[in-house]
Design a protein around this ligand. Structure first.
Ligand code: NAP
Length: 477
């Protein structure tokens, strides 16, 4: 290949390289779009992942062909550092830590965009050839979004990893001060767009954006971090897209826009599934201790053991399993699969009810159940399964809490009022597996546990389900 290129005239070589680079960018962009489409269904998600990875490889090869590369040495150093940090993170961080892993990768992506923008600005000959206002507009937006996403994502990581308090950290007139800070950053950007040579303003813009990122996230409760991360994903994508305009790289514009749009759509879906508005998530300080929850009246709780639970499940015709965050923490999905096998072998029909925000990230339950090879047609979305609960003999709640809390339907004072839930309380019998009577993510009591038809099966989900499956197998002999 190299010898063929060497025998071609220099201007022809440039044309060939340009055609190859453009083709690589078109193929990569098409693969990114296909990747997003395939990622939206569990059946095609693996293919979507591969298409995204393949597209990114082609995009990197295309970018390395541009001829603008000054030296490959630093690219190799960056590649090695990225691989040394990224591979262990991908291999060793557990599935339940995916939200914080995502926060970290956004932080680094946004930092890269902010640094590229900063370097680009200081490389301009500001006195003799200042950049146009249009370029400055894109550059300021890139740096503003990149810097605030960097510190915001680090704060989100800290909250999810319990390095920072997960409760909303609030003070009087907080939103007012935060908006004033953002306003000051926007004013700096506006002045720089008109007068790019005011270089002393650039570090101030950077500092204000970095500070705003911290202050934007601190008042948001840990409970809302997955939604915030999807929003930060959107900001990081927009920042990359702006970087594409500054550098004149069309693929960056496309990839950044896709990232920005998909992050925004995802956060809208999550807000809708929780019946919350963007403003409520960002400025509502959700997750503060609820006075009403703290004084919840004591009611009788009926508990059961694995043997009795096995008997009830074995005698049922239709069992609906409701997985939640507790199943993910306990990594109980494979044990759930064994229970599913035992029950179906006995002729019991088993379905899985999927709530859109069960767990800690969208699609969390789909991913875990797919990993345990539960047939896809047994996973039923909330709107579809809710009509089945009155005919359900047993609703088996495995570490789910908020997504089955009937207070969301009728208690106007509840922080989750209006959130669509799985109607487990309509089933003839409810068996709820969890370790204690502690509340879930939203920090509120769940009246489902004190209903007459509910039996609590206390313990770690993995151990309890193992014991139930064992008892079922022994009964069936
Ligand atoms: P949840 O309300 O957080 O409840 C999880 C339950 O699992 C807890 O009550 C806990 O009780 C139990 N648990 C924990 N470890 C366990 C173990 N080892 N074995 C058995 N049980 C265990 O979970 P959810 O019902 O799935 O609801 C998700 C919540 O996250 C919702 O409030 C939703 O709005 C929020 N959220 C989700 C997303 C998303 O994208 N999925 C995004 C933003 C917010 P014990 O401690 O007593 O065991």
């Amino acid at each position: 290949m190299i010898s063929i290129l060497a025998s071609i005239q220099p201007h022809e070589q440039t044309v060939i390289v340009n055609v190859m680079m453009t083709s690589a960018y078109v193929i990569a962009a098409a693969l990114f779009i296909l990747s997003l489409k395939w990622l939206s269904s569990p059946q095609t998600a693996r293919r979507g992942n591969l298409a995204g990875e393949f597209g990114m490889t082609i995009a990197i090869i295309g970018a390395l062909m541009t001829g603008h590369i000054v030296t490959y040495d630093w690219i190799i150093v960056g590649f090695v550092i990225g691989a040394v940090l990224g591979v262990p993170m991908a291999v060793f961080m557990p599935m339940t830590a995916v939200p914080q892993r995502t926060a970290l990768s956004h932080a680094f992506g946004a930092l890269a965009a902010a640094l590229v923008g900063t370097a680009h600005y200081f490389l301009f000959d500001l006195r003799n050839y200042p950049p146009t206002s249009l370029i400055m507009f894109f550059l300021c937006l890139e740096v503003l979004l990149g810097a605030l996403t960097f510190t915001g994502s680090l704060m989100a990581f800290g909250k999810l990893q319990d390095l920072l308090p997960t409760r909303p950290m609030t003070y009087k007139n907080q939103n007012l001060y935060n908006f004033a800070l953002l306003g000051a950053a926007v004013v700096c950007a506006a002045v720089l767009i008109v007068h790019p040579q005011f270089a002393w303003l650039f570090p101030i813009l950077l500092l204000l954006a970095l500070t705003f990122g911290v202050l934007l996230i601190l008042p948001i409760g840990g409970a809302d971090m997955p939604t915030v991360i999807a929003l930060l994903n959107s900001y990081a994508g927009l920042s990359a897209s702006m970087m594409g305009f500054v550098l004149g790289n069309k693929l960056l514009i496309i990839a950044g826009a896709l990232d920005g749009a998909s992050g925004l759509i995802l956060s809208i879906i999550m807000c809708k599934a929780m019946n919350r508005s963007f403003a409520n998530v960002l400025f509502g300080a959700f997750g503060q201790v609820q006075a009403s929850a703290a004084v919840a009246e004591k009611k009788n709780v009926r508990s059961t053991g694995p043997e009795e639970a096995a008997e009830i499940l074995g005698a049922a015709q239709l069992v609906v399993v409701i997985p939640g965050y507790g199943m993910a923490v306990a990594q109980a999905q494979h044990k759930v699969r064994e229970l599913y096998d035992q029950l179906t072998r006995r002729g019991v029909e088993v379905k899985f009810a999927i709530h859109p925000v069960a767990g800690r990230m969208p699609g969390h339950m789909n991913v875990l159940l797919a990993e345990a090879e539960i047939p896809y047609d047994k996973l039923v979305e909330m709107d579809e399964i809710n009509g089945d609960f009155p005919q359900t003999d047993v609703a088996l709640v495995v570490g789910a809490n908020d997504v089955v809390n009937p207070a969301a339907r009728h208690d106007k004072s509840s922080p989750i009022y209006g959130m669509p839930i799985l109607n487990a309380d309509k089933a003839k019998t409810v068996i709820a597996i969890k370790r204690t009577m502690n509340p879930g993510f939203a920090g509120i009591d769940n009246e489902l546990y004190t209903l007459d038809q509910t039996l609590m099966l206390f313990g770690d989900a993995k151990q309890v389900i193992s014991a139930v499956t064992k008892a079922l197998a022994e009964n069936g002999r």
